[in-house]
Structure formats: C-alpha cells, structure tokens
Design a protein around this ligand. Sequence first.
Ligand code: TPP
Ligand code: MG
Length: 323
Amino acid sequence: MSHSLDSSAKLNIAYWMRLTRTLDDAIMAMWKQGRGVGGTFSGKGHEAISVGAGFAMGTDDVVAPMHRDLGCYLVRGLSPDRILANQLGKAEGVTGGRDANLHGLGDLSLNILGFVSHLPQSMPVALGAAMAFQYREEPRVALTFAGDGSSNAGLFHETLNLAAVQNAPLIVVVENNQYAYSTPIHEQMAIDDIVVRAAAHGVAGEIVDGNDVVAVYDAVLEAATRARRGEGPSLIEAKTMRMLGHAIHDGAEYVPRSLLSEWKERDPVTRWEERLVEEGLLTPETLARLQEECRDEVEAAIEYAERAPLPDAAGITTGVYAP
Ligand SMILES: Cc1ncc(C[n+]2csc(CCOP(=O)(O)OP(=O)(O)O)c2C)c(N)n1
Ligand SMILES: [Mg+2]
C-alpha cells in the first residue's frame, strides 16, 4: 500500500473514480436512448487503471490516453462538459465537432495528446514526446496505454524496442481486459502474461491488479520516478476485465457470464469506496453525498452539451487542409 497518498488524495481518487463511472454510465444510457451521435466506448472496469495512472503523473508530464481511459482525461482536467460536447459533435467539443467520439480527444494545454486510434497508434506519438523531453533534458515523462490486442501489433513492438534503445522516459500501461473485440486472450497469444514482452525488448516490466487503484498508482509512480532518473521506459501490465462490449453496438454475447460475475466482485470503483469506508475516511453518508455530487455534475454536463450549438457548416473545411 502506497505511503505517498494522504487522506485528501485518497478521497480525490474516490471522486475521480465515481465521476468516471457516472459519466460512463450516463453516456451508455444516452446512446441507448438514441441521444448519442455515432458510436461510443465504455471503460467500465478500467477506472482503477485510467484514474490511478493519470493521478500518478505530474501536470508537466504528457499523457496519451485511449478509448477506455475516460478517467485519465478527467483527472488531467478535461471537464465532463467538454467531453460530452465532443461526443455529441458540438462546436465546443474538443475537436470542434469534427469527431463525435473519444478519438482526437486531446488538449495540448493540458498535456493530453489526442487519441489517434487503437492498435496502438498513440504509442509512437507518446514515444516521440518522451524522446523530446530527453533531448531537451527536461525531467518529464510520457504515459500511454495499449490493449492486450494492441500488444500483438507490430507498432507495439517497434515502439518498445525504440524506447529501450533510446532509454526514453516512456510508460506504457497495457490494459489487459481479456478480450480484443470478440477475441479472447488465449486465442490472441500463446503466453500467459503480456509483461514478458517487456523483457524481450529490454524494458522494465511489472504486473499489477488493474482493479486496485493504489496498485496501479504505485507502479506508475515508481516507473515515472525511474524514468526521471534516466532509467528508461517501463511497461506495466494491468490485468482487468472489459465489463461491456467492445463498443455500444456490441452486446458481448460471446463473453461467458460467469467471467463477468467473477470480475464484478472485484469492481474497482466500489472496492475503493468500501476500502475508504473501512479506513474511516468515508462514512455511508459522506459516500452517498459524493455519489450524488458526481450525478449532479454529470447531469449538468449533459444539459450543457445537449444545449450547446453544432458547428457552423461554413467552417467545414477549416483545419482539414494544410494552409
Ligand atoms: C489497424 C486497425 N485494425 C483494426 C482496428 C479496429 N479495432 C479497434 S480496437 C480493436 C481491438 C482492440 O483490442 P485491445 O487492444 O485489446 O483493446 P480493448 O478494446 O480491449 O481495450 C480493433 C480490432 C483498428 N482500429 N485499427
Ligand atoms: Mg482488450
């Protein structure tokens, strides 16, 4: 258990985890009600990873989250208003209505690199940022994420290899959620642990319980400390479960229900809340209030985003062609 988290940080983490879950649930409900635009992804089950990893980064560090990392965007300062406005294709969304999804959800003023695509196209971009920090002798780190499926792609290996050769301050959190779309992990690879791929490239590797926010936070913080000392890249395999389908259109009928109920017992959000109640940092009453605050914040964001204007059609070519 981390000694670097004081009571207020622990409560902060509880807030970010609950806000992430509440926003995620709201997005799923809106899309099912026909109030969404295009497709969307859920990160249900991934909250300890996205919040824990994001929380371990300094504000000067760069993060390149992916489609299951709503928590990381929130922790880094992208408000639910802006996220929802983007998801609904509104002018005030992060991409100005260009992409009504989690793709492109970046804001360089917050040191968030926009998500390029899965499999894992953000990884070499994050490595580029890490190499720039190293070149300028800045004590900054780049954090990015990849899925289990992504870890089979060439780009994953090329990026790890170059990161190791360059001794770059890069942290890759592999979100091993047991499935890549409908393909279970044992049909994707002949190894039990993805972390062995770190050793193959000369990168430090560690496995963590991806449903334990402090385990993720500790591992990422330690990797960042090592990277700042010039000790190079790290890969952290966070084992978890994708609790819904690949995206909103996918009912995940191919996932055994027993697997889901097994993982539900280890739900990262309620697990952390229960732990704080046990520690006496939350009472059932203060916990209920925190959950209500998150609901109110998400409700307000939905109202804002649904009322926000669509982009002006006259500007449709702006930002599309290089000047
Ligand atoms: C080159 C390419 N092929 C296919 C896809 C479609 N695709 C998007 S995500 C995905 C699976 C990703 O699985 P994983 O890396 O395990 O991440 P998860 O979605 O489980 O978090 C696929 C096949 C894509 N984005 N890019
Ligand atoms: Mg996966």
